[in-house]
Design a protein around this ligand. Structure first.
Ligand code: GRF
Length: 255
C-alpha cells in the first residue's frame, strides 16, 4: 500500500476515463482520492459523474474567454506574473516557422493547421489558465490528471503546477501509441494510416504537444474488418485499465 495521493482532474467531455478513476478510488484498488473535477466546457457529462460521486466541480469556460480575447487583449488583462519572452523561449508546441491552430486539446490539442498568432495563443491561454490555477491551487494536490481535457496547457500553467524542478505532476492520456500520432485524433489517425496495432499512452505533460515522458501504454490488434468505431471502443477499454494503473504507479513512486 502506498500513501493515498490527492488527485485533481480536468475534463472536457463525457468523462469515461474519469469514471474509471473514480471507480478505482471507490473500490480501493488505487491509493488515490479525487479532490476536484474541473472542466473547460459547461454542462458536460463528466461533471455529472463527478457530482454524483460527491467530488467538487468547477468550470472555466475557455470558449467564452477566447471569444472575449478576440475582441482585443490589454496588458492589464494578463496575469501579473505573465512573461511572454520567457514563455516563448520555453514552449515547444510550435517551432518558430510553424503556423498554429490553437483550438486543440490538452496535451491532446492539435497545433497543426490554420495559422494563428502564437503570441495571441499564449496570451489568451494564460488568461484562461490563471483562472484555472486560481481554482486548482485552492487544493493541495499531489497529481493533476487530464482525463480527456481537450486544451493545450502552456508553460505558464505547467510551471505553476510543476513547482519542483525535475518532478512532473501533470498526467495525460493520449489515444495512440506515442510517439506516433500526437494531436487530437489519435484513434482516427491510427485507423486511417492502416495500422494493424493501435493503443493508448499515459504520459507526463511537458512543454511540447504529447511529448512528455511515457508512464504506460496498452495496445490492441486492429482486425481486417474493424471500423473506426471498433478501434475507438477497443482503445477506450484499454484506457480505463491503463489510467488507474498509471496513477497507482505514481502513488507508489512518491509514497
Ligand atoms: C479519450 O479517448 C482520451 O484518450 C482522449 O480523450 C478521450 C476522452 O474520453 N484524450 P472520456 O471523456 O474519458 O470518455
Amino acid at each position: 500500500m502506498a500513501k493515498t495521493i490527492h488527485v485533481g482532474t480536468l475534463i472536457s467531455g463525457g468523462g469515461t476515463n474519469l469514471q474509471a478513476i473514480i471507480d478505482a478510488c471507490t473500490a480501493g484498488s488505487i491509493d488515490a482520492r479525487i479532490l476536484f473535477t474541473g472542466s473547460d466546457t459547461p454542462k458536460v457529462k463528466g461533471l455529472e459523474r463527478a457530482e454524483r460521486s460527491g467530488i467538487d466541480t468547477f468550470v472555466v469556460d475557455y470558449a467564452k474567454i477566447i471569444r472575449s480575447c478576440k475582441q482585443g487583449i490589454e496588458d492589464s488583462d494578463l496575469p501579473p506574473d505573465f512573461d511572454l519572452a520567457k514563455i516563448l523561449e520555453k514552449q515547444q508546441l510550435v517551432t518558430p516557422d510553424t503556423s498554429t491552430d490553437t483550438s486543440g486539446s490538452a496535451s491532446g490539442g492539435s497545433l497543426s493547421g490554420a495559422s494563428m498568432d502564437l503570441t495571441f495563443f499564449l496570451k489568451s491561454r494564460a488568461i484562461a489558465e490563471k483562472i484555472l490555477l486560481d481554482q486548482i491551487l485552492a487544493y493541495d494536490i499531489d497529481l493533476l490528471v487530464l482525463a480527456g481535457f481537450m486544451r493545450v496547457l502552456t508553460p505558464y500553467f505547467i510551471d505553476r503546477i510543476n513547482t519542483i524542478s525535475g518532478q512532473y505532476k501533470v498526467m495525460n492520456i493520449h489515444p495512440a501509441l506515442l510517439p506516433s500520432f500526437p494531436g487530437t485524433d489519435g484513434y482516427g489517425d491510427t485507423f486511417r494510416y492502416g495500422c494493424k496495432v493501435g493503443g493508448c499512452t499515459v504520459h507526463f505533460v511537458d512543454y511540447g504537444e504529447d511529448t512528455g515522458p511515457i508512464i504506460g501504454q496498452r495496445s490492441f490488434d486492429i482486425e481486417e474488418n474493424d471500423t473506426l468505431e471498433d478501434v475507438k471502443r477497443k482503445g477506450l477499454e484499454r484506457e480505463w485499465e491503463l489510467y488507474p494503473a498509471c496513477i497507482q504507479k505514481f502513488a507508489e513512486s512518491i509514497g
